[in-house]
Design a protein around this ligand. Sequence first.
Ligand SMILES: C[S@@+](CC[C@H](N)C(=O)[O-])C[C@H]1O[C@@H](n2cnc3c(N)ncnc32)[C@H](O)[C@@H]1O
Length: 323
Amino acid sequence: MLPYLEATKSLYAAAAAAPDDQLCCVSSPPWRMPDLVIPDILFAMNYGCGTTVHPRDVPDSGAVLYIGVGGGLELLQFASLARRPGGVIGVDSVPEMIAACERNLALARTVNPWLTEDAIDVRQGDALALPVADGAIGLVAQNCLFNIFREAELDRALAEVFRVLRPGGALSLSDPVTPRPIPAHLRDDDRLRAQCLSGAIPLGAYLARLVRAGFGTIEVRARRPYRLLDRARYGLDAHLLLESVEVVAYKHPIPTDGPCIFTGRTAIYFGDTPTLDDGKGHLLRRDVPLPVCDKTAAALLRLGRPDLLVTDSTWHYDGGGCC
Ligand SMILES: C[S@@+](CC[C@H](N)C(=O)[O-])C[C@H]1O[C@@H](n2cnc3c(N)ncnc32)[C@H](O)[C@@H]1O
């Protein structure tokens, strides 16, 4: 096994034995849901950097596959939404983490009568070789794991996700990204990488890798400050503010004119006629904001119309858009 992957395993074996509140950094409050009681230990072992759990993404049928289970917080939240036998499968490569997660879920069962033993299936396995059949999954989620992987392993992990997803299925991810490439002395530090502090790549590079893996529609749903790598402590020329992003990528075919990437851009037509038809399938109603993908935003701007405004990215896309 590659040394940095070994280092990652050791770090999470230790984090399974004793909750580490310095590990990762949650900058948004975890979902609380009706009729769901979350024992404190699951919050203490929240090693994510955002959330991957959104009610509208949970498939009506087919399982949710969660890669890198941690203390089980998001497994429990997904199970609360899915509420069916086999609704959630968790995979983790660290036996100590699986044991801790199973203990935590057993505790959760004592305070959530609806949570049956068969609601969550936790399996030993690796993100780089998922123990799941091709096309079996409706939604894959991973929170703060793929950023640890180096380029070859990241591509491998994304290819595995793509393989297990059924057509139309989605990957929901939360991961750190960096505004500029992280210097080699930090990138090559296996411990910092395992701590989700130095493996991040720029958002544009991450989105490009998702497209390369075959995902045709991508939504950037949230982007917020994650951790500061300060100049003095990390031996940098200038401070480096890492952000965490929440992205959902769909196994849709990639259109011939390029992927549909939504980053929170919106078009507003305010001309003299009730509608504006761009001739490419977009009908803009006067004064009604239309969320558009980056490709369409660029095409609309190329029209050069004085009665059409296209906003910059908000990085908080929330659906309703048109590619
Ligand atoms: C940063 S923690 C995130 C845990 C969880 N997703 C959360 O949000 O709390 C990374 C998780 O991935 C697991 N892990 C590390 N390497 C892995 C691999 N190659 N395949 C699957 N899981 C892995 C660790 O054991 C740990 O549970």
